[in-house]
Design a protein around this ligand. Sequence first.
Ligand SMILES: [Cu+2]
Length: 369
Amino acid sequence: MSNDTKHPGTLDAVAQIPTSRRAFLRTASLSAVGAGALVACSKGSVAVAQKAAAVAAPPGGHETATVAQAGAPVVNRRAAADAMDAMHEKGIKAFPAKTAGKGNQPLAPKMAGGVKVFELTAREIQWEVAPGQMVKAMAYNGQVPGPQIRVQEGDRVRMVVHNELDQSTAVHFHGLELPNEQDGVPFITQPPIKPGESYIYEFTVPVGNAGSHMYHSHHNAAAQVGMGLLGAFIVEPNRPRAIEKVDHDYLMVLNDGAHGYTLNGKGFPATEPLTARLGEKIRIRFMNEGMMIHPMHLHGMHMTVIDKDGWAQPQPWKCDTLNIAPGERWDVIVNCNNPGTWAFHCHILPHAESEHGMFGMVTALVVAK
Ligand SMILES: [Cu+2]
């Protein structure tokens, strides 16, 4: 009978269990995990596990049945489930967890003769990406994402950039259709900004170029953007559409570099929930500063997509899962008509959940009655 648990399918299933799951099973104090228990954790081999359990279970004791093998230690499946569930519950109960530092803070410009002047200082910092988890970051003005810049179509803007990093950098204004020399790409449109140097960009935001744009490093960018040199550059339209009139305007900047999977610079449970009252309309500006796609899925309500990369869609369209590719910005409206706390997460599940519970690209939309 123990042959059942040595079926080739069983071994395949065990081989597919990621290292971290095996680590979990060890740390869950399961006395010498037998093949039967591993199978029980693997969806693909449920039938095999059930068969093994049925064989080993005492009559009427299915709920807390132990899986036994000749010569193998006994494992309590219920205890294993409880241990895993406790980790999941702990994460949810901690949400939203307080951490030091907050990104996306609005940066007020200084006015200089009709020009809106913004100052950015790039510097290496320590950043608390999740509770107690400090990481090395490169940040504008000490924030990840960098400060939120909001201007209007037609504004004259001056960006003063100070480089206090140990490496050169440059700033690209992603989505803005600027004169070539303001594009921020070293050796194509400008020299790199060396450590200790400052550089000034100045341009007029084109009329007709409103929407959710970004600014980020365009030098050693996989590392620099991955470590936090990025931010939102939002251009308000001169003539807003009726559909843009909302009660809350939320930013959701996605990243997947050195800090893991993050929303607005934090991983769950340190992510911030979106909140609204029943009947309110919210706008969410998704921006992907990472290197992977992230299909963002909202539970309980649909999203109405209005803009892609700042450009109005020919017609608003609806979805509940919206794929955000690197470099893309998508603007959606949610009519918050379903009360409750709704999970809101990337649906590439290894970006959001493990046997230890939820992490990374998970937040919630809380609709209060
Ligand atoms: Cu993802």
